[in-house]
Design a protein around this ligand. Structure first.
Ligand code: HEC
Length: 108
């Protein structure tokens, strides 16, 4: 009886810890990763980077991650796609996810 209660309490603590841990990590990562993008795309993605890009604040997380993956593989982009490839090719899969989710929060 007592052992079960303790086990249950421990289990929920572990689960709660995992949820809190991963969500803060994700949020922190996205914001931290965006720091180097802000110079061209604006602090909240409101600028057309170098007068060439779309306003990324208007894009959904899916559109952003597919654009980033496309820059990495070379299947997406315009005249300046080489520049963007350099910006994103070192990102991990989780990094791309966190970054896309972070940029999508700029949407008005
Ligand atoms: C040196 C300036 C610069 C930096 C830094 C930069 N970008 Fe870009 N970005 C551009 C340009 C220019 C384009 C348009 C490229 C093209 O021709 O496809 C672009 C395009 C994009 C697009 C697609 C928008 C479209 O027009 O289709 C996304 C998404 C994007 N950038 C995200 C990012 C992210 C995320 C970072 C940070 C990891 C970043 N960029 C850093 C200049 C920059």
């Amino acid at each position: 009886m007592k052992t079960t209660t303790i086990t249950k309490t421990l289990k929920s603590l572990v689960i709660a810890g995992a949820i809190i841990g991963s969500s803060t990590l994700l949020a922190a990562d996205g914001a931290a990763l965006y720091a180097k993008c802000a110079g061209c795309h604006g602090a909240t993605g409101e600028k057309s980077a170098l007068g060439k890009s779309k306003i990324i604040a208007n894009m959904s997380a899916e559109e952003i991650s597919s654009a980033i993956n496309g820059y990495v593989s070379g299947s997406y982009g315009g005249a300046m796609k080489g520049l963007m490839k350099g910006q994103v090719s070192s990102l991990s899969k989780d990094g791309i996810k966190a970054l896309s989710a972070h940029i999508a929060t700029f949407k008005k």
